[in-house]
Write a protein that binds this ligand. Structure first.
Ligand SMILES: CC(C)=CCC/C(C)=C/CC/C(C)=C/CC/C(C)=C/CC/C(C)=C/CC/C(C)=C/CC/C(C)=C/COP(=O)(O)OP(=O)(O)O
Ligand SMILES: O=P(O)(O)OC[C@@H](O)CO
Ligand SMILES: [Mg+2]
Length: 238
């Protein structure tokens, strides 16, 4: 099991920037200086070595910790503070659970900074998300199935991070809270549809770490308001 001193252990609020989307220097400055705990670089489609290097080098002008969520082997770029490797748990397509990752490990295994690389068990719960369509995720899980996936990821697989992903839609906070009550070692990430401070507070009361993505591109002020909202919400205590 991963030691609890991992860089992301204390992260409560994270912005996720997509290398496949444009962001101006001014907007990037606002995000990196916002007081967020970290920036994750990642996206489900259109992520390349070049657009990842470009975004990383711009974020590197700031002190904010910066992690890469590696979504394809071409986009494995050195120089990040941390690497997350997604494994989609709720798909029947084994290539998204382990197949593609194993192919990438054949190539990069000897060069991976293991002390700063973590698996992320993804539960993709919005059937309309690009990531759900790409991976064939069975997004409509009932609460018992969510619990079973959490038991598998947390208790059997001992994954350090479980990510409840509703990308593009605000999720079911009761389900997230229920998942949080079941995890023993994993850190629970929540992401999806947070587009104002109120939703950010709700998510912060349900999960360990709250991830804010698309609203950065749609309404920067609303995105920035989520930082304080999360910071002033108590970490859920079990
Ligand atoms: C020295 C050196 C090169 C250092 C780097 C070494 C390193 C750490 C290498 C990694 C090797 C490795 C094991 C790579 C794995 C690559 C791989 C094929 C992973 C598969 C990932 C996966 C399951 C992808 C499916 C899609 C998914 C779950 C993506 C996660 C991110 C996500 C959901 C983003 C949201 O997407 P977005 O585009 O924003 O969508 P919306 O339209 O909904 O907004
Ligand atoms: O883009 P949104 O909907 O904020 O979701 C954030 C993140 O979970 C995406 O991977
Ligand atoms: Mg997105």
């Amino acid at each position: 099991m991963e030691v609890q001193s991992a860089i992301y252990t204390g992260w409560r609020h994270v912005f996720k920037l997509d290398p496949d989307r444009e962001i101006s220097d001014d907007r990037l400055d606002a995000i990196c200086m916002s007081g967020t705990d970290a920036v994750i670089v990642g996206g489900s489609t259109g992520v390349t070595f070049d657009n990842t290097v470009d975004l990383m080098s711009r974020i590197r002008r700031y002190e904010v910790p910066c992690a890469l969520e590696v979504s394809n082997e071409e986009a494995a770029v050195p120089g990040f503070d941390h690497y997350f490797i997604p494994l989609v748990l709720n798909t029947d397509k084994a290539e998204w659970l382990a197949g593609r990752q194993i192919q990438a490990l054949r190539k990069f295994g000897a060069f991976i900074p293991w002390e700063s690389t973590s698996a992320e068990g993804y539960l993709i719960l919005n059937e309309d998300a690009q990531a759900a369509k790409l991976t064939g995720a069975q997004a409509g899980l009932d609460p018992e199935s969510v619990a079973a996936h959490i038991y598998m990821a947390d208790r059997l697989m001992h994954l350090p991070v479980i990510y409840m992903e509703y990308s593009g839609r605000f999720g079911d906070m009761e389900l997230v809270k229920k998942a949080l009550r079941l995890v023993t070692g994993a850190r629970l990430f929540y992401g999806g549809g947070i587009d104002d401070a109120e939703k950010a507070k709700q998510a912060a009361a349900a999960a360990h770490t709250v991830i804010v993505g698309n609203v950065i591109y749609d309404d920067l002020d609303a995105a920035l308001s989520t930082v304080e909202a999360v910071r002033t919400t108590a970490t859920p205590i079990l």
